[in-house]
Design a protein around this ligand. Structure first.
Ligand SMILES: Nc1ncnc2c1ncn2[C@@H]1O[C@H](COP(=O)(O)OP(=O)(O)O)[C@@H](O)[C@H]1O
Ligand SMILES: Cc1ncc(C[n+]2csc(CCOP(=O)(O)OP(=O)(O)O)c2C)c(N)n1
Ligand SMILES: [Mg+2]
Ligand SMILES: [Mg+2]
Ligand SMILES: [Mg+2]
Length: 327
């Protein structure tokens, strides 16, 4: 690794500002200690990004890699309706990465951490011979008995999603396939949707206030996330393709954008279900906060499956999406 001194490196990446009052011991001892808030459940998640699998060094800057590594984890906390509070980083660094690259990664981490007011409380730094690997753990809190589980869907529910879907996959396709990348405003928008996701914490918090909701963040693609909800809840989900929210940039990029929206992944938007009454409340609350949220279908009783209506024809949606071991 190109870091000259592990201890100097750690002292340089130690945050200058602490956001959470309940942090008792941060970076600098054997482990961090924080005091959990009363009447809240603790929520924890970990996702890893691997060079060559989740990003390519030539196509994403260190800043973007750091930013996304934390964003995708905050997104999992959002999918539990939680408030992200603390994070830990494990980073394995090969020789081909310079010290400046590493500080770039931490600049990206710091920016999104400051936005959500979450504190870096620890981690681990090791050298490796091959590719850079960055693992992030995020810890957060959510109100007791208000858990937005994948198993919470019930027949009669409205199926909804936030934001636009498919943009990230289109951005990746531009990055991988086009010689002149990001020449137009649309291309720049799509590439940024891929590199700098916006975890939907505020929407997750609004959903936590509802009586009951099932919720997932979209990392592997809409189809895959819907199947997870259908299987965990043992219900059928019916969606209408024409209701899937597609950005004008994606429409301009691709005549048939739905493949990206259904199977592309890495949107880091939320998809979920809730009762019709709660949906009306949620829609109003989102409108007040200028959050885009769209009904795309409904839950019906029946075996665990996902049905797609396309031009008046209803078909079984292919259970496909990103899978690390099926290429
Ligand atoms: N290697 C592992 N060891 C233990 N638990 C794991 C491992 N990989 C995934 N999990 C757990 O399996 C569940 C599903 O993981 P994953 O599909 O990666 O979720 P997500 O798509 O929301 O990031 C989560 O509860 C996660 O913590
Ligand atoms: C170079 C490159 N190739 C392909 C992809 C696409 N890709 C990689 S991982 C992934 C799915 C999400 O990652 P995963 O590790 O499965 O996240 P999780 O579901 O655990 O949140 C996708 C769509 C990419 N981002 N970069
Ligand atoms: Mg995961
Ligand atoms: Mg998830
Ligand atoms: Mg995830």
């Amino acid at each position: 690794m190109t870091v000259k001194d592990e201890f100097e490196f750690i002292s340089k990446i130690k945050p200058k500002e602490i956001f959470q009052d309940n942090l008792l011991v941060g970076i600098g001892d054997d482990a961090a200690i924080y005091r959990p808030a009363e009447r809240m459940e603790q929520v924890a998640c970990l996702d890893t990004m691997v060079e060559g699998i989740h990003f390519l060094k030539g196509l994403s800057s260190p800043y973007e890699i750091g930013y996304k590594a934390l964003a995708i984890n905050i997104s999992d906390i959002a999918a539990m309706g939680g408030i992200p509070k603390y994070y830990l980083i494990s980073i394995a660094i090969p020789n081909s990465w310079s010290e400046a690259d590493l500080y770039g990664i931490y600049d990206g981490l710091n920016d999104i951490a400051a936005h959500f007011r979450i504190d870096l409380i620890g981690g681990d730094t090791v050298g490796t011979e091959d590719k850079l690997v960055i693992s992030v753990t995020v810890l957060g809190e959510v109100e007791q008995s208000k858990l937005n589980l994948r198993s919470n869907a019930e027949p009669g529910d409205v199926v909804f999603t936030t934001g636009f879907l498919g943009d990230s996959a289109a951005g990746l396709s531009i990055l991988l396939n086009e010689n002149d990348k990001g020449n137009t405003e649309d291309e720049t928008y799509l590439i940024n949707r891929h590199k700098l996701p916006s975890p939907q914490v505020m929407t997750g918090r609004l959903i936590t206030k509802l009586d009951r909701a099932s919720l997932n963040d979209i990392s592997d693609g809409l189809a895959s996330e819907l199947y997870e909800i259908a299987e965990a809840s043992n219900v059928s989900i019916k969606i209408d393709e024409s209701r899937i929210p597609i950005s004008s940039a994606l429409l301009n990029f691709k005549e048939s954008p739905y493949e990206y929206a259904l199977y592309g992944g890495e949107d880091f938007e939320l998809v979920g279900t809730t009762s019709r009454d709660s949906w009306n409340i949620l829609k109003r609350e989102c409108e007040k906060c200028s959050i885009q949220i769209t009904q795309i279908g409904e839950v019906v009783s029946g075996e665990a499956k996902v049905l797609l209506t396309r031009e008046n024809e209803t078909v079984l949606l292919e259970k496909s999406g990103y899978n690390h071991f099926k290429k």
